[in-house]
Every structure is written in structure tokens, then in C-alpha cells.
Design a protein around this ligand. Structure first.
Ligand SMILES: Cc1ncc(C[n+]2csc(CCOP(=O)(O)OP(=O)(O)O)c2C)c(N)n1
Ligand SMILES: [Mg+2]
Length: 462
């Protein structure tokens, strides 16, 4: 389904699941000014993405997953969300994050290694990034099932109408959306999420950005049919939309979210788009795809068509476009400044929020790192003579920033002896139910000795 052609022509669209009338009804309120705002979002998001890529190339981020080419799929779908809706992203949804009000520097902290999460999912209706491909579709389905249950327990909410057929489920106040990729569609988790969402009529939208690749694997290696067709086998609608068309993406996502809110259950949207850049900055796409293919997709650029349409409508002139570009540059400069100012965390703090009650193997890893940093029980050997430290350091590339240098050479990384003495490192959690989590955590921290010899848990793969 497409509403804006690559050259910026406004066309009508309909599909087997949605009539043209229905689609138009979902965007009847969208003015040229609204579309211009979405264009600005896309320009800014692309510019921030470029800045993050540059920061990675300069050694300031460990990795970056560029979104270039997917701006319309992300901005169009995110702008369809209501504030109370909940989005479950993968690791490339920087445009959705931007629209949900997540501070871009919080995302950079994740890729710089200064944060494990970076934002409060409840505050933004935007869960933490999921690196385990496809896992977030299960989280989203579970969340949506919880929303349904809450609605059932509380009865109909004010302002909500029951679904036309009561058997189809209850109306809910907030809908859930799960973002995933074409590659993720082959994961068992995603199939399970589809199955559960279908039979429990969960108010969830599965939003697949088919960007044509899962790292180097083309979509043809994931499915013999369009990914949207998979929904039929589960008993819910699947829609294929031009993911480089922000207006069509907005319309289709609004339609699917409305179905969810009305108690009509899940929808699968396949947004057909293209990852213009590398999978991540650790990838070289020239090894597996032709320049011709990239050039063909560049002609379908999601920003260019909106600009062409708005220009033809006299809703965006060169001066207004230049002002948007200047805003984007300012945002990028500010992002860089704040990224470089992010404080390095105390190294052992990485273990603090893994679980409520620390498990034995996390405790062992904590002790191991404390030992490595010279804060353990054993008197720290001079780093220069420590074979483990020496080999670890030899294996690490020289950091671009002196303050990220290995522990023995960087005061900022050398944890003070008082930070977490190894003698207070917990070994194993208290039995479940023996005490409230906080109490058992405190008890575990103060009582349990560190493992003296690595047990089976301590030898888990790193
Ligand atoms: C369960 C799991 N398997 C493998 C990986 C390694 N991996 C990271 S990204 C990726 C490709 C995912 O492709 P796709 O779902 O199309 O998303 P895209 O990166 O294109 O946005 C893979 C296989 C992982 N992170 N998690
Ligand atoms: Mg992909």
C-alpha cells in the first residue's frame, strides 16, 4: 500500500484487508503542516544517525546500528502511537525513540558502554532496546495480554466502546507495538508471539521493517511468501505497506492500533523498506550487495518524496527546508557535545541491575572483575606483571579516549577499594520466597563469601 509515490505524487491505496475509504479516514486529519513536521522528524533523525555513525568511526562509540533509509517506517508508525501506547523496539529504532521523546544521548550511552538501558520505559512508552533478535515480540505480546487482563478486571474504561462482537475481546486504553526485522521473522520467538497474540486476542501490532537484509542474508532466505502473509496462518490480518512512504505507514499503523484498541486483536504490518547503510558499523555491505541495488533504493528515498509532495503543495519552500536542516545540524552538534561529556560509570556497577537477586554466576563474574581491577581479596599484583591483565590488555585495541584506557593505566577505571569488596560479593540467591527481594539481596551481599574456586556457574561462557 502506497499513498505517496517516490516522485511525491499523492495516490489512493487499498488492500485486501483495508478499503481505500478506511485508509483515507485514518489520515483525514493530517494537514500539510503535520506532514511537514514528520518531514522535519525524518531529517533530524537522519542527521542524528549520521552523527552517531561518525562518532563510532572516531572511536567514541563501540558500535552503531544505522537506520538510514528506514526513517519513514519509523516516524510514520511512531507518530501513529498515542502517549499511553507501549512500543517494544529492537536495536535500530532510533527514529521511534526520537518520536517517543527518548533523549538521543541516552541511546548513545548504550552504544558507548556507559549505560545498560538509559531511559525509563514507562515514562516514554518505549521499552529498552532488545538485542536478542525477535525476543521483544514476546515481551510485547505478554504486555498486551496484561493490558487486556487489566481491562477485563476493571470493566470497560471510560470513553471506550466494546468491540462490535463481544467474543472478539475487550477494548483497551492502550495498544502495544513490537518492532522487529525480516530476519527476526524466522525466529521461533516471533512465531510463538504470533500464536499467543492470536489465541488471546492480544492488542498488539507486529511491525516488521523488512529492510531486505538480516546482516548479509537477503529476505529471500527468510520466507518464500511476503512476510505479511504469515499472519493469515495465525488468523489475523497482515498488511504490506510501502515503508518508505511516511503517510501510508502512518495510516496503516493507525488502522492497526485502532483494531487493537477496539478489542479486535493483533495485526501484522510488513513495512517494505531498505537499510541504506551497513547492518552495523562492524559490517561491510559491499561484500554482499551490488551498488546498483543500493542506487535503485536511493531513488525511493523516504525523505525526498515527502519534500517533493510538500513543495508541490506550496507547503515547504527552500528556506523552510534549510531551516529544518539547520535544526538538524544543531541537534547533531548538541548530541556530540553531550555524548563526549557522558561520565564513565564505575566498572563494577555493571552488575548492579542484572537481576533483583544476584545469581551465583553473576556474583562470580563480579568477583572476577573486582579481582581484575585489584579490588578483590587477593593483594592486587602489579598490573604490568599480571599475565591475565597483560593478555587482556594485549587483546584490546588501543582506545581512542585515554579515559577508557585499561584499568591499570586509567585512574577513572580503577575502582576505589571501597567500591565493592570481593568479601561482600554474594555467591547465590536466597531460596525463593524466603524473604522479600530487597531483603534477600541485602542479606546476600553482606553474608555470602565469594567463590574461592570457580564452580560450574562461574565457568559459564563469557
Ligand atoms: C537470537 C539472536 N540470534 C542472532 C543474533 C545476531 N544478530 C544480530 S542482528 C541479526 C540480524 C537481524 O536481522 P533483522 O531481523 O532483519 O533486523 P535488521 O538488523 O535488519 O534491522 C542477527 C542474526 C542475535 N542478536 N540474536
Ligand atoms: Mg532486516
Amino acid at each position: 500500500m502506497q499513498l505517496l509515490t517516490p516522485s511525491g505524487q499523492r495516490v489512493a491505496a487499498a488492500g485486501p484487508e483495508i478499503s481505500a475509504q478506511e485508509i483515507e479516514a485514518h489520515i483525514a486529519d493530517v494537514t500539510s503542516a503535520d506532514l511537514s513536521d514528520m518531514y522535519a522528524d525524518m531529517v533530524i533523525v537522519r542527521r542524528l544517525d549520521e552523527e552517531a555513525t561518525a562518532l563510532q568511526r572516531q572511536g567514541e562509540l563501540g558500535l552503531w546500528a544505522p537506520l538510514r533509509g528506514q526513517e519513514a517506517a519509523q516516524v510514520g508508525s511512531a507518530r501513529a502511537l498515542a502517549p499511553d501506547d507501549m512500543a517494544f523496539p529492537s536495536y535500530r529504532e532510533h527514529g521511534v525513540a526520537y518520536c517517543r521523546g527518548v533523549d538521543p544521548v541516552a541511546i548513545l550511552g548504550l552504544f558507548r558502554g556507559t549505560a545498560h538501558g538509559g531511559w525509563d520505559p514507562n515514562e516514554h512508552g518505549f521499552a529498552l532496546y532488545a538485542i536478542v533478535v525477535g525476543s521483544q515480540t514476546l515481551h510485547a505480546t505478554g504486555y498486551a495480554m496484561g493490558v487486556s487482563r487489566e481491562a477485563s478486571q476493571n470493566g470497560w474504561r471510560a470513553g471506550q466502546k466494546p468491540a462490535a462482537e463481544a467474543s472478539k475481546g475487550r477494548a483497551v486504553e492502550c495498544a502495544t507495538i513490537a518492532y522487529f526485522g525480516d530476519g527476526a521473522s524466522s525466529q521461533g520467538d516471533v512465531g510463538e508471539a504470533f500464536g499467543w497474540a492470536a489465541v488471546f486476542n492480544a492488542p498488539v501490532v507486529f511491525f516488521c521493517q523488512n529492510n531486505q537484509y538480516a546482516i548479509s542474508e537477503p529476505t529471500s532466505r527468510q520466507s518464500r511468501v511476503p512476510i505479511s502473509h504469515r499472519a493469515a496462518g495465525h488468523g489475523f490480518p497482515g498488511v504490506r505497506v510501502d515503508g518508505n512512504d511516511v503517510l501510508a505507514t502512518l495510516a496503516v499503523t493507525r488502522w492497526a492500533l485502532a483494531r487493537a484498541r477496539a478489542g479486535e486483536g493483533p495485526t501484522l504490518i510488513e513495512a517494505v523498506t531498505y537499510r541504506m547503510g551497513a547492518h552495523t558499523t562492524a559490517d561491510d555491505p559491499t561484500r554482499y550487495r551490488d551498488a546498483d541495488e543500493v542506487a535503485r533504493w536511493a531513488e525511493r528515498d523516504p525523505l525526498a518524496r515527502v519534500r517533493a509532495y510538500l513543495t508541490a503543495q506550496n507547503a515547504l519552500d527552500d528556506a523552510a527546508a534549510a531551516a529544518i536542516a539547520a535544526r538538524a545540524d544543531e541537534a547533531a552538534t548538541e548530541l556530540r557535545r553531550r555524548c563526549l561529556a557522558l561520565p564513565d560509570p564505575e566498572p563494577l556497577s555493571m552488575f548492579d541491575h542484572v537481576t533483583v537477586v544476584e545469581s551465583g554466576h553473576v556474583a562470580a563474574e563480579r568477583a572476577d572483575l573486582a579481582d581484575f581491577l585489584g579490588t578483590g581479596d587477593d593483594p592486587p599484583a602489579p598490573s604490568s606483571t599480571s599475565p591475565r591483565a597483560a593478555s587482556a590488555h594485549a587483546a584490546r585495541p588501543s582506545p581512542a579516549r585515554p579515559d577508557l584506557a585499561p584499568a591499570d593505566s586509567a585512574p577513572a577505571s580503577s575502582a576505589p577499594a571501597s567500591s565493592v569488596p570481593a568479601s561482600s560479593v554474594p555467591r547465590a540467591p536466597s531460596p525463593p520466597g524466603s524473604s522479600p527481594p530487597e531483603a534477600s539481596l541485602a542479606a546476600a551481599r553482606s553474608v555470602a563469601p565469594p567463590p574461592q574456586t570457580p564452580g560450574p556457574e562461574a565457568s559459564c561462557p563469557r
